[in-house]
Design a protein. Structure first.
Length: 309
């Protein structure tokens, strides 16, 4: 018996020696490596290089839950005077429709505002505009989608209701466009969604070459050009207040002032143009509470501009 055991052990050792010759390194077990992942099992159903992450599981996944393939709030920060915020969503599920509810929860006092959107078709985008007047502050927006089998999908995000800034005195300012103009649509408003960012100004359309004037007395703190964005632009630092005023997409060759120049209210400083990333002649006008990109923050220009008309 002992002879047979010894013979068996000798055979096993010989096989190991053949499989792992002297000096060869044995590959580490991926499970034992911190931060490493084992190679995917060819028979697994997990997402591979073509997977899209959250919301990409196929209909009829083992959970049987609906999937929110789209959910966002735009703008993420809104001034009450500028209108409401828009919630966009899309649900994937086996069922043709699901029941959708929204909740807007104040993070300050937990007060909750609910909206029952009823039955919504799956597989297509939907939107809901929330225009209720509420106290300024941070709010959590929660969406719940329930399918006929009682399974739910829940997602949430946050938004900010900003306090309406007090515009500077109308008598100390001029409207920036010295000529006929028209207000842009919803996409031209402060906080509108853009590709990878939000719109930080107000678009006002006017003919190419229409004069632009200084809205107040101050100093030109920036004059520059951005080919893929603002085009030719100027920043006016006001003397009598903490605001910076920004003019973008200016007409090439029309800028009449430079960095460090003093300007007075109503002074002609440039013309309406279409430079940079622009789809037609217009003024993109921004108002910053504090220094432009140096500690300040953008606020909605619309109440200011309306008070200067």
């Amino acid at each position: 018996m002992r002879g047979r055991v010894a013979g068996t052990l000798t055979g096993v050792i010989a096989l190991i020696a053949i499989a792992a010759p002297a000096g060869a390194e044995v590959p580490p077990d991926p499970i034992q490596q911190p931060g490493k992942q084992a190679p995917p099992d060819p028979g697994s159903t997990g997402s591979g290089s073509g997977g899209g992450g959250l919301g990409t599981a196929p209909a009829g996944a083992p959970t049987g839950r609906p999937i929110l393939t789209l959910f966002n709030v735009s703008p993420a920060s809104v001034v009450p005077a500028a209108g409401g915020t828009v919630v966009r969503f899309q649900v994937r599920d086996r069922a043709r429709s699901v029941r959708v509810r929204l909740a807007f929860v104040s993070l300050a006092d937990r007060r909750t505002y609910r909206a029952n959107l009823g039955s919504r078709r799956t597989g297509r985008p939907h939107s809901y505009s929330w225009t209720r007047k509420v106290a300024p502050g941070a709010y959590r927006v929660r969406i719940t989608a329930r399918n006929p089998r009682g399974k739910r999908a829940v997602r949430s995000t946050t938004m900010q209701i900003a306090a309406t800034p007090a515009p500077a005195q109308a008598g100390a300012h001029r409207f920036p466009i010295a000529g006929p103009y028209t207000w842009g649509g919803r996409d031209g408003r402060f906080g509108a969604a853009r590709n990878g960012h939000t719109h930080q100004g107000q678009d006002v359309a006017a003919d190419m070459g229409t004069p632009l004037v200084a809205v107040t007395t101050g100093t030109i703190s920036w004059r520059a050009y951005q080919s893929g964005g603002a085009g030719h632009y100027l920043v006016l630092d006001s003397d009598a207040e903490d605001y910076n005023y920004v003019y973008m997409h200016l007409q090439s060759g029309s800028l009449l002032v430079g960095k460090g120049d003093r300007v007075t209210i109503g002074q002609h400083i440039a013309n309406v143009g279409n430079s940079g990333s622009s789809q037609g002649p217009h003024l993109h006008f921004e108002v910053w509470d504090g220094p432009w990109y140096a500690g300040g923050h953008a606020v909605d220009p619309y109440p200011f501009l309306k008070s200067w008309e």
